[in-house]
Design a binder for this molecule. Structure first.
Ligand code: VGL
Ligand code: ZN
Length: 191
């Protein structure tokens, strides 16, 4: 499978707080970095657009336990935990999309309350190569929205990891995406 004109790479929420040792750590979350870096090289070489979403919450975000939500405090805007890990080679011309920026509202999907859709349209993107964290929350919701909005989605199965709050959540999320016609491939199959 060869990325070509009309394709974009989408990196979902690969942020320090979601990696092992972070505030809301995803098991093996760091394992996505290698495959994503290889895809970044490929997309850069072909001058194809690269998007990175990031969870970017206010300090008192309603998704945090102390404010009535279900998550430990994580990805507070401008904090170290919200930063991209140093070894993730996000290029300078990548388009960064911040989400979950309003106290009252959570946004698992990169399309929710952002200009992601408009930006993709502007660049004539038709198909997304989706990677990142977490399979059962932000990857799932971003992919379902993308499919609803008419984008084809190729999810890179070794470049995603799940929170698995309940065992099997990640697998169920993968099934839901496949049921809506997302295609799953491994990074090594993209060249
Ligand atoms: C996410 C839980 C809370 C995610 C964000 O990026 O998947 N999960 N906030
Ligand atoms: Zn969040």
């Amino acid at each position: 499978m060869k990325p070509q004109k009309g394709d974009a790479l989408l990196i979902v929420d690969v942020q320090r707080d979601f990696l092992p040792g972070g505030a809301l750590s995803v098991k093996e979350g760091d394992k996505v970095i290698g495959p994503i870096n290889r895809l970044i090289s490929l997309f850069s070489k072909r001058s194809l657009p690269i998007f990175a979403t990031r969870d970017w919450h206010p300090e008192d975000h309603s998704s945090f336990k102390e404010f009535g939500g279900i998550w430990p405090s994580h990805c507070v805007a401008e904090s170290k935990g919200a930063a991209f890990p140093e070894d993730l080679r996000i290029p300078n011309d990548a388009i960064i999309i911040s989400k979950g920026t309003k106290r009252e509202k959570d946004a698992y999907s990169g399309f929710e309350g952002t200009i992601l859709f408009e930006d993709l349209k502007k660049l004539d993107v038709k198909r997304l190569f989706v990677t990142g964290l977490a399979t059962d929350y932000c990857v799932l919701n971003t992919v379902l929205d993308a499919l609803r909005l008419g984008f084809e989605c190729i999810v890179i199965e070794d470049a995603i990891r799940a929170v698995d709050l309940k065992e099997g959540d990640g697998q169920r999320a993968i099934k839901r995406m496949k049921d809506k016609s997302a295609i799953f491939l491994r990074q090594g199959e993209i060249e």
